[in-house]
Design a protein around this ligand. Structure first.
Ligand code: MD3
Ligand code: FE
Length: 207
């Protein structure tokens, strides 16, 4: 289960019922206000992944309280039940009681050829781990080191219901999603054929 120091993969951590609940919640969040969007990188490239944010609005490479690259509306609230799920995730993955209070969720939807290039998550100001919950179509997840974007890395398949906690010395590791694996079986959790939803929970460290 330990992929690297501080990185713990727990396959099939979410029950099918909780997966369905998360997919339903994600559909609701994506319909609120201006909805999910393909973020635009500073160079002008549009991300192929669609993102909706809770708690804080993420724009490459900063957070704000308002949806500054959309209509400027306030970002949706981060629900208490999702923070509790995150605390249970970290405690289970690390096997110790923890005080984990995430205040940001990024909900990424992948369809077709959507992918996520190798990057670090550096916008958070707190050292706490990131919790990743995978729903729907499987993918190849790639993780390297904090020092080298071009590898070496290793690839792991993430399936619906999997939990990964990224902390410790790999909190700043380069990582990405090179491709979906639409050929693998998926439990019926409410995602469309070929669709993957990933929810990451984070501690912003911002006031
Ligand atoms: C490793 N999302 O939203 S989750 C992201 O599946 C992101 O949508 C991917 O990378 C996805 O930024 C991967 C796993 C993940 C998230 C944060 C990490 C892995 C990480 C932070 C540090 C190291
Ligand atoms: Fe990331």
């Amino acid at each position: 289960r330990t992929l690297a120091p501080g990185v713990v993969h727990v396959p099939d951590w979410l029950s099918v019922d909780v997966q369905r609940h998360l997919v339903g919640a994600a559909r609701g969040w994506a319909r609120e206000g201006p909805g999910a969007r393909h973020a635009t990188l500073p160079g002008g490239a549009r991300m192929s992944v669609e993102t909706v944010c809770l708690g804080w609005h993420w724009i490459p490479y900063r957070y704000s309280r308002t949806r500054d690259d959309q209509d400027g509306s306030p970002v949706a609230a981060f629900p208490r039940w999702l923070a509790d799920l995150g605390a249970a995730a970290v405690a289970d993955a690390y096997g110790v009681p923890v005080d984990y209070r995430p205040d940001v969720a990024l909900v990424n939807t992948y369809r077709g050829d959507a992918r996520l290039g190798m990057h670090q998550d550096r916008e958070e100001r707190a050292p706490d781990p990131v919790v990743s919950l995978s729903l729907g179509t499987a993918c190849v997840f790639r993780i390297g080191s904090p020092h080298h974007r071009r590898g070496p890395w290793h690839d792991v398949e993430l399936l619906s219901g999997d939990l990964v906690v990224f902390g410790g010395e790999h909190r700043l590791a380069y990582h990405g999603v090179p491709r979906l694996l639409p050929g693998l079986d998926v439990p019926d959790v409410g995602t469309a054929p070929g669709e993957r939803i990933n929810i990451t929970l984070r501690v912003s460290g911002l006031a």
